[in-house]
Design a protein around this ligand. Structure first.
Ligand SMILES: [Zn+2]
Length: 213
C-alpha cells in the first residue's frame, strides 16, 4: 500500500486538512483546520475506524484557518504542532484575527512544539516529506514534498489557477513569486499539488496555465 491521502475541508474558510498514512498505520496531519465539534469528531472517527496512529502534525503556515485544530490534537493525542518559527507571531493574534471574521474563538492557540527548517526530512511510517521553505504568503510558509509519490502540499503558496494573497501581515508578493518559481515549479511536471484551499492540480498544469506565473 502506498501513501494514502485523506482530504477534509474544514472551518468557515474551507481549508483543506490532509491526513496522510501508509501500511504501517502511522499518520501525519498537514494543517489541522478542524474548528467545529463536528469536524473534530469527523477526524477522530476516521482515525479510529482506520486504526491509525497519529505521529505528527505539521503546518504549512500558521494563519488561523490552518491551525484551529492544533489545540484539539494536543489535548486529544498529545501531538505537538510543528512549523516554521517565523510564523509563530501569527499565533499571538489568532483570537483577534478570528474575531475580525466574526468567529467565536476563545481558545489559546497551541504553540509550536518543534520548529521545521528548510530541507528537512519529516518521517512517518515508511514514508517521509522534505520541507521546502516557500515564504511570501506568510514569512514561515512551508511546502511538503514526497518524490516517490510525486506529491507536494503547498499550503496557501500555490493554488489551482491562483497563488496565495500577500496582503496579510509580513506577506510579500515578490518573495512569493520567487518561492514558487524556485522551489515549486522546479519539481517534476507530473507532481500533484495539494493546496490549502480548493482542488488539486499539477506542477505542469500550473506552469502552463496559472495566470500569476
Ligand atoms: Zn493562509
Amino acid at each position: 500500500m502506498n501513501m494514502q491521502i485523506k482530504t477534509f475541508t474544514f472551518n468557515p474558510f474551507q481549508e483543506n486538512t490532509y491526513l496522510i498514512y501508509d501500511e504501517t498505520g502511522e499518520a501525519v496531519i498537514i494543517d489541522a483546520g478542524m474548528f467545529f465539534e463536528k469536524e473534530k469528531n469527523e477526524m477522530k472517527q476516521f482515525v479510529e475506524r482506520n486504526n491509525l496512529s497519529l505521529k505528527r502534525v505539521i503546518n504549512t503556515h500558521l494563519h488561523i484557518d490552518h491551525q484551529f485544530g492544533n489545540k484539539f490534537l494536543f489535548d486529544t493525542y498529545g501531538l505537538q504542532p510543528e512549523g516554521d518559527e517565523k510564523d509563530e507571531f501569527l499565533l499571538d493574534a489568532a483570537q483577534i484575527s478570528a474575531g475580525m471574521f466574526g468567529l467565536k474563538y476563545h481558545e489559546q492557540a497551541q504553540r509550536l512544539g518543534r520548529y521545521i527548517v528548510d530541507g528537512e526530512e519529516i518521517k512517518f511510517g515508511n514514508n517521509s516529506f522534505v520541507s521546502l521553505a516557500v515564504p511570501g504568503h506568510s514569512p514561515g510558509s512551508m511546502a511538503f514534498y514526497n518524490a516517490n509519490e510525486s506529491v507536494v502540499f503547498t499550503g496557501d503558496a500555490l493554488f489551482n489557477g491562483s497563488i496565495g494573497r500577500t496582503d496579510l501581515p509580513k506577506g510579500d508578493y515578490a518573495t512569493l513569486i520567487k518561492s514558487i518559481q524556485e522551489k515549486l515549479l522546479t519539481l517534476p511536471d507530473n507532481t500533484v499539488v495539494y493546496s490549502g484551499h480548493g482542488p488539486t492540480t499539477t506542477i505542469g498544469n500550473e506552469k502552463q496555465y496559472n495566470p500569476f506565473l
